[in-house]
Write a protein that binds this ligand. Structure first.
Ligand code: G3H
Ligand code: ZN
Length: 279
């Protein structure tokens, strides 16, 4: 069933546990995430990015399919709009029934980021929807998750107080779309951010972080753990293998099914790693 993101995040943070947020790019990935969460008996966030919506020619088709899958699933699952840069897309997500949105104005100048983020918060909060944001302190086309970029705790606390956001993406050493799990996170900085910032912290680019290190990050104070690339790798590896074994197969269900199954198994395994033993 669909559960408010606010509820899942609050429970995870209170228990000192991580909450996995896995990206949906097509219906097979939504099914794999829900199946894996159900197998593991753990809650999960399904997130659809602005890029994924663009791939489908709009947010509604993939969002409605995903929502229908969530509603008939046994997993406790929230639906989140990931990396939205367009306030109009946030509006659409509110009307489609998303339980949270990430408004990503990190590319904009700090003042503009604050102004637009405040406005998005007012709209989303009126609909009971949680807002995640990230700081635009660094700029540049790689945004706040380029390697080497760090979020300052005092500035993060000010940003949350000024804008009213409910969750904050912070730069602590990860970067997006890594295909090797070699990132070194700044655990001391995570602890300082956890102390300074009153809302749940979000780790982006978690595909680049090894299992044990993800658990250390959660213990240090990260709550929402975003993973996309790693699951794409698992899906694609199985797909390649099946196509090589069966060059005669033309019905896409035959090869997408095993890829979906492999991703489902990895979702179940990784969700347990991320949720961790808790406090
Ligand atoms: O917002 C989505 C995540 O930050 C995913 O990043 O593909 O590097 O795991 P990743
Ligand atoms: Zn991200």
């Amino acid at each position: 069933p669909l559960i408010p993101t606010r509820e899942l995040l609050a429970q995870a943070r209170a228990a000192g546990r991580g909450l996995p947020a896995f990206n949906v790019i097509h219906l097979e990935s939504a099914e794999a995430i829900l199946g894996g969460a159900e197998d593991a008996g753990l809650p999960v966030i399904l997130q659809i990015s602005e890029n994924a919506a663009t791939y489908h020619g709009g947010l509604a088709p993939i969002a409605r399919g995903t929502l229908a899958a969530v509603e008939r699933s046994g997993a406790r699952a929230a639906l989140h709009l990931d990396h939205a840069e367009d306030p109009a897309l946030v509006e659409e997500a509110l009307s489609l029934g998303f339980t949270s949105v990430m408004f990503d104005a990190a590319r904009l100048a700090d003042e503009e980021n604050r102004r637009l983020t405040e406005r998005v918060c007012a709209r989303a909060h009126a609909a009971g929807v949680l807002v995640e944001a990230e700081l635009g302190e660094v700029g540049g086309k790689d945004g706040a998750h380029a390697p080497g970029v760090r979020t300052d705790p005092a500035e993060a606390a000010r940003f949350v107080a000024d804008t009213g956001v409910d969750a904050l993406a912070v730069a602590v050493g990860s970067s997006h779309a890594m295909t090797q799990r070699t990132a070194a996170l700044d655990l001391g900085l995570i602890s300082r951010l956890r102390e300074a910032v009153p809302v749940p912290l979000v780790l982006h680019g978690s595909s680049g972080v090894a299992d044990a290190h993800l658990q250390e990050a959660v213990l240090a104070g990260m709550t929402k753990i975003n993973v996309s690339t790693h699951l794409n790798k698992v899906f694609t590896a199985r797909l390649r293998q099946v196509l090589e074994e069966h060059p005669e197969w033309v019905d896409s269900r035959k090869y997408l099914g095993p890829a979906r199954q492999a991703m489902r198994a990895e979702v179940a395994r990784l969700a347990a790693v991320i949720v961790g033993p808790g406090a």
